[in-house]
Design a protein around this ligand. Structure first.
Ligand SMILES: Nc1ncnc2c1ncn2[C@@H]1O[C@H](COP(=O)(O)OP(=O)(O)OP(=O)(O)O)[C@@H](O)[C@H]1O
Length: 257
């Protein structure tokens, strides 16, 4: 469903991602872990069309994201094309990025009305369903500044879900939260994951969370995927040689990287 082929990314002279191949299958949950600066965020920002790849192609549902093929040649896609394909993808960021001057409800209905073109009534219906799902139906009229960090992040998740994406990208969504709020946000994500149909990419430092939610865990280092497997293979039995190698290679003795 999503296919990265020979993806490279440089910022100036600095090569961040090299020749990367990577697939995500429908409804698959993939956790990406790895040291700071290894390129995890850059990898998913390219799928959200926030960073343009320097090399390679990305396909979503068999359709090129950043390119079009004209007479057998790849050319850059126009904004209209990017906009359409990006409609299949939702993203939740480390900083919740809510509009501070809008209520919770309005934060959740702006994009579906203006981007998807649905009616205000339908957008409100959808928003209420999703705010209920994240446990915040009683906060419809609150402003972001009246909410805790965990609640704001749950609104950001609801806002992304209202768009009904096929793939959700979570970029270290608990990193900016006070420790006591991490659990409530992870619980909401686990619940959404358990519903099954949506594919998810989760960039996270939370090892337990990666193990519990992901079908597949990727470990990135130096702009490459250096280890990949099912959580049971990588975290399962500490006596298992592969688990031992994984943990010792990356010095993963504790809960966090
Ligand atoms: N817009 C940019 N311009 C220049 N360099 C950038 C830009 N965005 C990212 N980088 C650099 O690319 C490298 C990879 O960054 P990225 O955020 O993808 O890593 P990461 O694995 O997500 O790290 P972290 O866990 O700290 O968020 C870093 O060295 C970063 O400084």
């Amino acid at each position: 469903m999503v296919r990265y082929q020979k993806i490279g990314k440089s910022f100036g002279d600095v090569e961040i991602l090299k020749d990367m191949d990577f697939n995500i299958y429908p409804s698959e949950k993939v956790a990406i872990i790895g040291p700071s600066g290894s390129g995890k965020t850059t990898l998913i920002r390219m799928l959200m069309t926030l960073e343009r790849p320097s090399a390679g192609t990305i396909e979503v549902d068999g359709e090129l994201l950043w390119h079009k093929k004209i007479n057998g040649k790849l050319v850059s896609a126009d904004e209209k094309h990017l906009h359409r394909v990006r409609g299949k993808i939702g993203m939740v960021f480390q900083q919740y990025n809510l509009f501070p001057h809008m209520t919770v409800l309005r934060n959740c209905i702006e994009a579906p009305i203006h981007v998807l073109g649905i009616t205000k009534e339908e957008a409100i219906e959808r928003a209420k369903t999703m705010l209920d799902k994240v446990g915040l139906i009683h906060k419809l009229d609150a402003y972001p500044s009246q909410l805790s960090g965990g609640q704001q992040q749950r609104v950001a998740i609801a806002r992304a879900l209202v768009m009904r994406p096929k793939i959700m990208l979570f970029d270290e969504v608990t990193s900016a939260l006070d420790p006591e709020m991490v659990g409530e946000v992870l619980a909401v994500i686990k619940e959404i994951a358990a519903e099954g149909e949506m594919a998810m990419i989760l960039v996270t430092h939370e090892m337990d969370f990666a193990r519990d939610v992901a079908d597949r865990v990727l470990f990135m280092d130096g702009g490459k995927i250096v280890e990949e497997g099912a959580p049971s293979e990588l975290f399962g039995n500490p006596q298992n040689p592969r688990t031992k190698a994984f943990l010792s290679r990356f010095h993963l003795s504790g809960r966090h990287l």
